[in-house]
Design a protein around this ligand. Structure first.
Ligand SMILES: C[S@@+](CC[C@H](N)C(=O)[O-])C[C@H]1O[C@@H](n2cnc3c(N)ncnc32)[C@H](O)[C@@H]1O
Length: 288
């Protein structure tokens, strides 16, 4: 099996069990200005009427996009369970929802004015092929807007969770560790320019925004335990990790039982063959 095939086999098996895990974990997250990471992407493609969601999961982002008048929407995902869940959303009754790979999109050339992708681009192998396919299905001047994960904020529970997880994974047999996912270049501005430039996209706009996921322990645990790395761990190991996490963050939990939790996202936007339709903004976010 090729590296990409084994990555995709892992992702399909994981999402067969947990097709809505990302939306459940991150749907309630908020940036300092009150928007969710899904809403950031909607705002980036506000003027586009034909929009594709790449790695659409259970369709939460498409549901936000469906609030725009008369939009034609489409979603594609590797996992068959994901578009099946998205089809259950009444707002998406008119959307085209497909099982498929971003490396071989089941859409005609020039089908979309914009392509969005939330926490999915950084999981994809053969990324040059993904870039070429997105360029093919976008019309000239089309917008690509993506959210990619940016790690822990620092000084809160997610950072401590990652430390515990690293130590847990070091102790489990190699066959219970997940394959390295995606292409590292999708996690940096220069790397994305290297990938997207040859496909015809302009230089990316890159903003880094903290997303707050603080809440009661059950909600925070539900968010952090949705990471792919936990997928192959057995129930006993996950339970020990949960107990260690509860103990580790006790000192930072407020008297009301709120556990501080946050992670960074990178908000990336570019345009096929042209300049961006907006200027990045927001006093609480940084533009590198
Ligand atoms: C972390 S989940 C995010 C789901 C959704 N975008 C959200 O944020 O709620 C990543 C999704 O990308 C999909 N995915 C990963 N690689 C893919 C590929 N090469 N082609 C299509 N979908 C892919 C996975 O199946 C999964 O549903």
């Amino acid at each position: 099996m090729t590296t990409t095939a084994s990555q995709e086999a892992f992702l399909q098996a994981f999402h067969a069990e947990r097709p809505a895990v990302t939306a459940e974990a991150f749907g309630r997250g908020r940036a300092p200005d009150g928007r969710s990471s899904y809403e950031f992407l909607c705002d980036r493609v506000a003027g586009s009427s034909r929009v594709l969601d790449l790695g659409c999961g259970d369709g939460l982002l498409l549901e936000f996009l469906a609030r725009g008048d008369g939009r034609q929407l489409a979603g594609v995902d590797l996992s068959p369970q994901s578009p099946a869940l998205a089809r259950r959303r009444p707002a998406l009754s008119g959307a085209r929802l497909e099982e498929g790979r971003a490396q071989a999109l089941p859409f005609a050339d020039d089908s979309f004015d914009a392509c969005v992708s939330h926490m999915a681009l950084m999981l994809m192998g053969e990324i040059e092929q993904v870039a070429a396919e997105v360029a093919r299905v976008l019309c000239p001047g089309g917008v690509l807007a993506c959210v990619v994960g940016g790690g822990a904020v620092g000084g809160e529970s997610y950072e401590r969770f990652l430390g515990l997880l690293r130590r847990t994974i070091e102790e489990v047999p190699a066959e219970r560790r997940i394959p390295a996912l995606g292409d590292r270049r999708t996690r940096s501005r220069d790397g994305l320019d290297d990938v997207l430039g040859p496909a015809g996209f302009g230089a990316v706009s890159w903003e880094t925004v903290p997303i707050d996921l603080s809440g009661p322990m059950e909600e925070v645990w539900a968010a952090v335990s949705g990471l792919y790395d936990l997928g192959p761990l057995d129930g006993g190991t996950v339970e020990r990790l949960r107990e260690a996490f509860v103990a580790e963050v006790r000192d930072m939990t407020t008297p009301e039982g709120i556990v501080p939790c946050a992670f960074m996202i990178h908000l990336v936007t570019t345009r096929l063959g042209g300049t961006l339709p907006y200027s990045p903004s927001g006093s609480k976010s940084s533009t590198k």
